[in-house]
Design a protein around this ligand. Structure first.
Ligand SMILES: *Cc1c(COP(=O)(O)O)cnc(C)c1O
Length: 470
């Protein structure tokens, strides 16, 4: 596969270069495959559907062809995924796609574990270390730290915004030792992301060290996230005749979004043939993308702290990939969008629990509420000409091609549950009156020592730290 760049279409690199560079230092753009090959129809039409790992292999193969032989790809996938996505029906037309069964209990394990194994594959035999820099708004750091911990030849530096992530998230990313360390930055997630991006475009630094990224800007994190979109849409397609019995139902995937890496992976799965009719981009008060869809005017802004902190992104990196794949008009046909504030998030957790019995985390809750409101009058109002107000929480006034299917009860939703609710135990407890039980992997981490290093958001101090410590 040849990879090009969102800013410079004359760029043509192989998978290894795209993975190890992370982003293109010269243009500042992001790597993107030049095509999204359709997977064989026999996978899509098979009942029962192929296994998750079988799908993962078939989807990854064209992107690594000629660079990773089949047998090695097979072991990368087996080793990356000892856990699986789980699909839980909670209402007649609603499935929760639980993506939190990996070691750090959030969906980022899917991308990070594949990426770590691919990087270590490409780094075999090299004599100097590869340095991974990663900015996190919550769950990326721990997923990346956990995926790379003790991988020989690779060092990881995690940057996180001081005081803006949950105490448990902080424990999860500050308690590594050896090759993984965490910098506690006085600033926002966007400041952390800027430090990382500046380091990557700093040619002096790049001459000294082999740097690579592990954010959702890295293509080797984005591609594997497409596996569970394909898998879940095939599972749901096969279940519809037994569950809701809707003929020819449209499958809509609802994605709680921050940096829009997860949603971009969904777009890749759809391009490759996943039977997904449309997407809902669900955000918190950081509603840069919903506003863009409504007005056509893209305005990145400062991020605001919310209860769904892993989505606190005011300038989502993957916007650049989305607009390199689609025109605004195509995005409007494909996407509905929705945002809510903290009060709406609390209400969503509570309502999801009272209507369905399911305990959902603050990120997934926004997705569930988007789907709920859309089916219960809000999409119908838009179709009827309601103008809406983009500054108020709710469904964005923009009508996708599949809106009528939702109104006529001909659509089924897959809501991505991106983290285990116990990672946000206090919020969930306040909303539903009891705290979700904690997986043992999370209980263990709470007892470990915090090894984080304080850092300012000033680039020069960050750079000197890197020069002295890498
Ligand atoms: C990272 C994260 C998100 C946002 O995903 P993006 O790919 O950045 O859009 C949503 N929920 C949780 C729990 C996350 O960790």
């Amino acid at each position: 596969m040849i990879y090009t760049d969102t800013r410079d279409k004359t760029v043509a690199v192989d998978f290894k270069t795209a993975v190890l560079n992370g982003m293109n230092a010269e243009s500042g753009g992001l790597y993107i495959p030049t095509s999204f090959p359709k997977i064989d129809r026999s996978y899509i039409e098979r009942t029962p559907e192929p296994s998750f790992r079988e799908i993962a292999f078939a989807m990854a193969k064209p992107y690594v062809e000629g660079e990773i032989p089949d047998a090695d790809l097979e072991s990368i996938i087996q080793d990356a995924y000892p856990f699986l996505p789980q699909i839980v029906p909670i209402e007649k037309v609603t499935y929760i796609l639980e993506l939190f069964h990996g070691p750090t209990c959030a969906f980022k394990d899917f991308g990070a574990r594949f990426m770590a194994r691919v990087m270590s594959y490409f780094n075999r035999g090299a004599d100097d270390n590869l340095h991974i820099l990663v900015a996190t708004s919550g769950d990326t750091g721990s997923a990346v730290g956990s995926a790379f911990h003790n991988v020989p030849g690779i060092d990881v530096t995690i940057l996180f915004p001081d005081g803006k992530i949950s105490p448990l998230q902080e424990k999860q990313l500050t308690t590594f030792d050896g090759n993984v360390r965490a910098l506690k930055v006085k600033g926002t997630f966007d400041d952390c992301q800027k430090l990382v991006k500046t380091a990557f475009t700093d040619l002096e630094l790049r001459k000294k060290f082999r740097l690579s990224s592990a954010n959702s800007i890295n293509i080797s994190r984005l591609l594997p996230q497409s596996f569970y979109y394909m898998y879940s849409s095939l599972v749901v397609k096969n279940r519809i005749p037994h569950d809701s019995k809707i003929d020819d139902a449209s499958i809509i995937t609802i994605v709680p979004s921050g940096n829009f890496g997860n949603l971009t992976s969904g777009l890749i799965a759809r391009e490759m043939g996943a039977p997904i009719k449309g997407f809902v981009a669900a955000t918190n008060a950081n509603h840069t993308v919903p506003d863009w869809i409504a007005t056509g005017d893209y305005r990145a802004r400062e991020s605001q702290a919310t209860l769904s902190n892993a989505m606190d992104v005011g300038a989502p990196s993957n916007y650049e990939r989305i607009i390199s794949m689609y025109s605004l008009e195509q995005v409007r046909q494909l996407f509905a969008s929705y945002w809510t504030d903290d009060a709406g998030t609390m209400d969503a957790i509570k309502k999801c629990n009272s209507k369905t019995g399911y305990i959902i985390d603050p990120h997934g809750a926004i997705g569930w509420k988007a789907w709920y409101d859309m089916r219960n009058g809000d999409m119908e109002k838009l179709i009827g000409g309601f103008k809406g107000d983009i500054d108020k929480p709710g469904l964005t006034p923009s009508i996708p091609s599949w809106a009528g299917d939702v109104v006529q009860g001909k659509a089924v939703g897959i809501v991505l549950e991106t983290a285990h609710p116990s990672k946000f135990g206090a919020t969930v407890q306040e909303a539903v009156g009891r705290s979700p039980s904690m997986p043992s992997s999370l209980e263990r981490v709470m007892r470990l020592k915090d090894n984080s290093i304080p850092m300012t958001k000033d680039y020069e101090s960050f750079k000197s730290w890197l020069v002295e410590n890498l």
